[in-house]
Design a protein around this ligand. Structure first.
Ligand SMILES: [Zn+2]
Ligand SMILES: [Zn+2]
Length: 326
């Protein structure tokens, strides 16, 4: 289905419309759609569940279009982060169109998603063709602005993982993300969903990453304190959930919850959880020295950059419950 060679005509047309809506440029939409299909084909082994193919493709299209808009504006192009095909993705078009003023949104959807003419849109909205043009122009301006805001920018805080580079931060209306040019290997290190009420409460109004890590770290310390098997409450919808241990690709250990009710997944690495400990927070700036397994526990070791001070947080080897710090 995502193979460029066997892509159905209607699917391709839908992709072209999507790329036109995101990029605001119908002339390049055809090329962007082609590039999306190529990228999907290159990474086809990552799509393990065909039912998620449409959303996965839409997410790739969004990345391709963002990259294109960055290249065109002469800004540095970050390493493309491909979406995890199994992660619950929101409807990308809907999310993007939410950024638009409501008046422009109707006109944009009719024009770029349903491919209607200016006259047809004017008829359906009961306004003049000139007013339709005006709304489309405003809509495209808002979209460009929203895309421009979604750039990686130096944050002013040193990466707590490698301690060598400034963290890069990206803020959109729906999320705040951090990455590091030195140690993140093209991945997003930290992501806070702002449409999740818990995370919105924790980080909205804060500007420095260190302040956000501190707030979220303190919360995660409490939320995940029982380790795997403990009961918790979904941060998005309030339903009961169970904490589970989870090892990410690359061996990064952490705790997570996945809500059967709303699909929200919240994960924190053990390093992230230990960032909430007062003794760890006092090491400034710091870096993550090592995570090692010994005598039935996992030690997460943070060290100060200047002096030789270190703090070790100990977690249970199987439940990842925090046992203490020294
Ligand atoms: Zn780093
Ligand atoms: Zn939920």
């Amino acid at each position: 289905m995502v193979d460029a060679g066997v892509c159905r005509g209607s699917e391709r047309a839908r992709l072209v419309r999507l790329c036109a809506a995101i990029s605001g440029d119908r002339e390049v939409a055809e090329d962007l759609a082609q590039e999306t299909l190529l990228e999907a084909w290159r990474h086809r082994h990552k799509l393990t569940d065909a039912r998620g193919a449409d959303r996965w493709l839409a997410a790739i299209a969004r990345n391709v279009c963002l990259r294109w808009s960055r290249t065109r504006s002469g800004l540095p192009v970050p390493v493309a982060e491909l979406p995890e095909p199994t992660a619950p993705a929101e409807d990308d078009i809907a999310e993007l169109l939410e950024l638009l003023p409501p008046q422009s949104r109707d006109a944009m959807v009719q024009r770029y998603v349903h491919d209607r003419t200016h006259q047809e849109i004017a008829g359906s909205l009961g306004i003049s063709s000139a007013a339709v043009s005006m709304r489309l122009t405003r809509g495209k301006q808002s979209l460009r602005q929203a895309l421009a805001e979604a750039e990686w920018r130096p944050s002013g805080s040193t990466c707590p993982q490698c301690g060598t580079r400034k963290l890069l931060m990206r803020r959109t209306p729906t999320e705040i993300e951090f990455t590091c040019a030195s140690c993140a290997r093209g991945d997003v290190l930290v992501r806070y969903p702002l449409d999740n009420p818990q995370f919105a409460r924790l980080v909205s109004g804060l500007h420095r990453p260190t302040a956000m890590f501190r707030r979220v770290g303190e919360w995660a310390l409490h939320y995940f304190s029982g380790g795997a098997g403990a009961d918790a409450v979904c941060t998005r919808c309030g339903q009961p959930v169970t904490v589970r241990a989870h090892v990410r690709q690359g061996g990064n250990r952490g705790l997570y919850v996945s809500c059967a009710g709303c699909g929200e997944e919240v994960w924190s690495s053990l390093a992230g959880i230990s960032n909430g400990l007062p003794a760890v927070r006092e090491l400034r700036p710091r870096r993550l020295l090592e995570v090692r397994e010994e005598r039935g526990l996992i030690a997460v070791v943070h060290g100060s950059l200047g002096g030789g001070r270190t703090v070790e947080a100990a977690f249970d080897r199987t439940t990842y419950a925090l046992l203490g710090a020294a």
